[in-house]
Design a protein. Structure first.
Lengths: 193, 106
């Protein structure tokens, strides 16, 4: 089913919740989207599943209360990811003990220049490299490159201006290209030696 | 390997397939549903407020007009004529317009 059809189904379910107070319709929305919202939050929470699920729960309860503020000028899923993203940002702000991703400029450079021959799993190394990107780039790469959102949708979710999203996407991809080159040349050297 | 379309294609493919996979429900939905608070009847409140507001607006608009006095006189006599129907139609129309505006703005 294409994304437009999915969006129409979501919109119909939202209307049922709003106009008929239909809990079953909300449960359908929840079941349709919980998987990706939780995956999104796990990425943002650096793999902390328990924290991510707490935030996902908080996000869906917020959606239940604030559903009337969804105006339908974007996809419901985009709005939902935005709510979840904001829950993550607020939780991180209010809880100073939550580990915050270190400003990763130096670490990212180091990671991107590191020979990844120690770990043969390309996907695992790719995830590590992504985690080391500067936060803005990491978020844009998550939504735009990994989840397949448009620049506009990514801007709505993250709250970044559209130009910033495009810049982060370009820089993030450039860093990942450099990382991939280093990874592949590292493997070649490893294979030769 | 540098600046090749193959490298870019590989990177795109790796990123799109890199682990943002939907997570299995495992009773998550049930847990959230059990925590949902009762929903406030916002729609009914909006409808009631809009219809009431429309009626008040109509009465205010007609307060200086002969029409309202005619209708009041007709009601006292228990005989609703064209003037009464016109006033009721005006009330309903204004109420409907306000309701539509209120719902569209939500």
């Amino acid at each position: 089913m294409d994304r437009d059809a999915e969006a129409r189904i979501d919109l119909a379910l939202v209307k049922r919740v709003l106009l008929q107070d239909d809990r079953q319709a909300f449960e359908q929305l929840l079941r349709r989207h919980q998987g990706l919202v939780r995956a999104q939050l796990r990425r943002l929470c650096d793999g902390d599943a328990a924290w991510a699920d707490d935030l996902a729960q908080e996000a869906f309860l917020l959606v239940w209360r604030k559903l009337s503020s969804f105006r339908g000028n974007a996809r419901f899923s985009t709005w939902l990811y935005q709510v979840a993203h904001n829950c993550f940002l607020q939780a991180r702000r209010r809880n100073a003990t939550v580990p915050v991703q270190v400003s990763p400029t130096d670490e990212a450079s180091e990671m991107l220049q590191t020979d990844s021959g120690d770990c043969p799993d390309l996907q695992v190394d790719l995830q590590r490299a992504l985690q080391c990107l500067p936060e803005g780039e990491r978020m844009v790469m998550l939504y735009h490159a990994q989840m397949g959102m448009s620049h506009e949708e990514t801007a709505q979710i993250t709250g970044f201006p559209l130009g910033t999203v495009k810049t982060h996407a370009l820089r993030g991809k450039a860093r990942m290209r450099a990382w991939l080159d280093a990874y592949q040349s590292g493997r070649t050297i490893g294979a030769d030696s | 390997m540098s600046d090749t379309p193959e490298r870019d294609e590989l990177l795109e493919r790796l990123l799109l397939g890199s682990g943002v996979e939907p997570i299995a429900n495992e009773a998550f939905s049930e847990r959230v549903m059990s925590m949902l608070p009762a929903r406030r009847r916002q729609t009914r409140v909006v409808l009631g407020a809009a219809v009431g507001g429309g009626a008040l607006l109509a009465v205010w608009q007609l307060s200086g007009a002969e029409l309202l006095h005619t209708v009041a006189h007709e009601l006292q006599n228990g005989d609703i004529g064209i003037a009464g129907i016109a006033v009721v139609a005006t009330l309903l129309t204004l109420g409907a317009v306000l309701t539509g505006w209120a719902l569209a703005d939500r």
